[in-house]
Design a protein around this ligand. Sequence first.
Ligand code: PEP
Length: 244
Amino acid sequence: MLIVGNWKMYGLAGGVGEARALASALDTAPTAARIGLCPPALLIARLVAAVAGSKLSIGGQDCHALSEGAYTGDLSAEMLGDAGATLVILGHSERRAGHGETDQIVAGKVNGALRAGLMPIVCVGETLEQRQAGGAEAVVTAQVVGSLPDSVAEADFAIAYEPVWAIGSGLTPTPAEIEAMHAAIRETLASRFSGAGRKIPILYGGSVKPANAAELLHLNEVGGALVGGASLKAKDFEAIIRAA
Ligand code: PEP
C-alpha cells in the first residue's frame, strides 16, 4: 500500500509544522503502508530535514525531462533528488490540462525521474465528458501505455488513477467503477510488463477523505491513494493512513 499526499500550490513555512506532526503521528500509527508527501518544491528540503528519520518520504509534484539546461523556471529530477526528494508525481491532470502535457511529455519526465533515482507516480484519468461518452477505459489505458517509457520496466513506480471530475469536487466514482478501471489498468500493465506488471501499485485519487478512505482503499486492485485537499492537515491525512 502506498499513500501519497499532494499539497499542490498550497503551503508556506507553516506547512513544515504539519509535516512534522504527521511524521510523529506515523511513529505510532500501526501501518505497513509507504507514505509520501509532495509539497511545493520550495518546501521539499525543509520538509526532508523536519521529518528525517520518520516513515515519511518527501517528493516533488513535477520535474523536467532533462537533468539541466536553459529552461527558465523548471526543475530537474536531479534537483528534486538533491533536495532530498525520493518520489515525484508526474502527469497530474492539472498539468496535463493547464500546461499542455501530453503522454509523450509525461513519458520523458518519467525517464528523467528514473535517471535521477526518483520513484515516479504517473497520473491518468478521464474527464466527465469522456466518461459520459463511454470511453473512460479506452482513454485511461491509452494514457497508461503512452505515459510509460520502456525504461520503467524494472523500476519502482506507481500509477495513480484520478478521474478528472473527482479531483477536488467531493465526487467519487462508484466502487464498481473504480474496480473496473483498476482491473483494466492492471491488465494493461500485465500485458506490457508480464509478472512485474501484476505488482505495480495502482493508486486511486479523487476526493479521498477520512470518511471514505476505508471503503476506497479496500477495493480490488486499489494499492493506495493519491490525496490532495485532505493531505494538507496532518490529522486528516493521518486518519486516511489509519484507514488503510
Ligand atoms: C489530487 O490533486 O491528486 C487529488 C486527488 O485531489 P483531491 O484529493 O483534493 O481530490
